[in-house]
Design a protein around this ligand. Structure first.
Ligand code: SF4
Length: 327
């Protein structure tokens, strides 16, 4: 394939068609880094308001490094995967201590919570370093362009796709090239129904020629989901909600949760408030929500004023359950 021609066509398409997203209006490495971390496992539409609020609250590395963990988690509350927020703040503390944002791939990669994709994205977009950023969208595009049926989940295939992306990369303008590849995967080379008729690089696409675009990429099945049933109780008393706080270590450390109904033996059930599904890693929760009343709360629980909840780190399951009661 003519890599130069591919990059030229792709970049021209991107320049005329890119979505005007807030993090694309800046070259500030901090802002780009925050956006990339938020976008991991989270949709663009969901991220935009979180990104804008987060940057308004913590406008630079120093502000994030100074903030309390509770403040950071509260700003992240609802985005899930909270280790991302904790690592973001740990990295901000390291950067603040060092005095400036690291400017190359290897030093960015050394920060907590940053993998090869994020380091390449920040290094190329903020500093123009010629590194191909390969995320899930780009893996899909590459597997189709090359009509490559290797498992995109395997480490060996990922390394091969990375080499392929590095070979295609426009080394003079890696920022535009990387963003164009991501945009192509996010808006045209879609997982289920690729929009090949609108694709700027269809002439380079081997899968399109062979008619295999809908069978690619290949991703072999990993471990099955664990299904978990739970019932949470919303117990209200004079504008306060019964909650408990997780330990300061371990999963979701420091977050506030609603009590599970089974832990409140004297709970008087008033009504069913609804149900929802929530997935964390490879665990799928089916959550029933009930409203109840309680004369006396067991010792580990606390009464929390409802107006304080928006500024507290509250788990996504608890937020979704509370929304059932207020909707
Ligand atoms: S032609 Fe179709 S399958 Fe190939 S890169 Fe474009 S959208 Fe993806």
């Amino acid at each position: 394939m003519n890599g130069l021609r591919f990059a030229t066509v792709l970049k021209r398409w991107y320049t005329n068609n890119f979505r005007d997203l807030p993090w694309r209006r800046t070259r500030d490495p901090y802002a780009i880094w925050v956006s990339e971390i938020m976008l991991q496992q989270t949709r663009v539409e969901t991220v935009i308001p979180y990104y804008e609020r987060f940057l308004a609250r913590f406008p630079d590395v120093a502000a994030l490094a100074r903030a309390s963990e509770a403040d950071v988690l509260s700003a992240w509350s609802g985005l899930g995967y909270y280790s991302r927020a904790r690592n973001l703040q740990r990295a901000a503390c390291q950067i603040a201590k060092a005095g400036s944002f690291p400017r190359d791939f290897e030093s960015i990669l050394a920060l907590p919570g940053i993998g090869a994709y994020t380091a390449a994205a920040v290094a190329s977009i903020a500093f123009g370093e010629p590194r191909a950023a390969v995320d899930g969208n780009v893996l899909r595009v590459l597997s189709r362009i090359g009509n490559d049926s290797s498992d995109i989940g395997s480490q060996a295939s990922k390394a091969a796709f990375q080499s392929q992306a590095d070979a295609l990369l426009d080394r003079k303008d890696p920022a535009t090239f990387n963003q164009a590849m991501m945009e192509l995967g996010a808006t045209v080379c879609l997982p289920r129904a690729p929009r090949c008729l609108l694709c700027p690089v269809s002439a380079f696409c081997e899968a399109r020629k062979e008619g295999t675009e809908n069978q690619l990429p290949i991703k072999l099945r990993r471990a099955a989901m664990d299904e978990v049933e739970m019932t949470v109780a919303i117990v209200e008393n004079a504008g306060r909600i019964l909650m408990w706080k997780r330990e300061s270590r371990g999963m979701m450390a420091g977050f506030w949760e609603l009590p599970e109904a089974g832990l409140l033996p004297t709970l008087k059930r008033l009504r069913a408030a609804g149900a929802f599904m929530h997935t964390i890693m490879n665990r799928r929760y089916r959550v029933q929500v009930i409203a109840g009343r309680l004369a006396k709360a067991p010792a580990r629980f606390q009464w929390i004023a409802m107006e304080a909840l928006p500024t507290m780190p509250v788990s996504t399951i608890a937020r979704k359950a509370l929304a059932k009661c207020t909707s």
